[in-house]
Design a binder for this molecule. Sequence first.
Ligand code: MG
Length: 211
Amino acid sequence: METLTAESYMEGLYEEDAVLTRVKEVIVAKNMPEISIAPGYGRLLTMMVTMIGAKRVLEIGALGGYSGICLARGLKEGGKLLSLELKQDFADVARDNVIEAGLGDFVEYRIGEALDHLNALLEQGERFDFFFIDADKVNYPNYLELAIKLANPGAIIAGDNTLMRGKVVDEKQTKASVQAMRTFNQRIANDPRLESTILPAYDGLALARVK
Ligand code: MG
């Protein structure tokens, strides 16, 4: 008998989510990277958006719309997810998937460098209740700082891939992306503006609440 990991055991308890399975199939068919957030964390995103009653959600890194669907599922009528994506073709796939999921009215995509968009949002005085950071790892510390500045009091900041498949705990790994993630994790843990925890299951998920 095959030995189950804790994660596959837990996932096995849940019925298949046909909408998200379809998104994963589209991502494969389009030759996009198969790095969507883990299903257990997707459910957590939906729960947290619901729990805090978030009205405005900001996602950094749309990929194929998997996490976008999880975030938008937690929104109520009138809520909005703004999703920043570097690549036009990824955003097109994400938008199609979000519409197919029946959530198109909740989501807006902006294409291009996330740092530019974040700085523009800051200049415009925009504020958000929930952030999901899941983009290029080198910029995670910068995304965190801008998210804190764009946060309403009590906002939640979630960051995916905080373990980078074990690289962050391997001292031999010195790539800029790994070092940036270590910096991000340090700041999540120690920034006096935040209360936080970092979940070590799957590929690691940082959760912070802006005081
Ligand atoms: Mg990710």
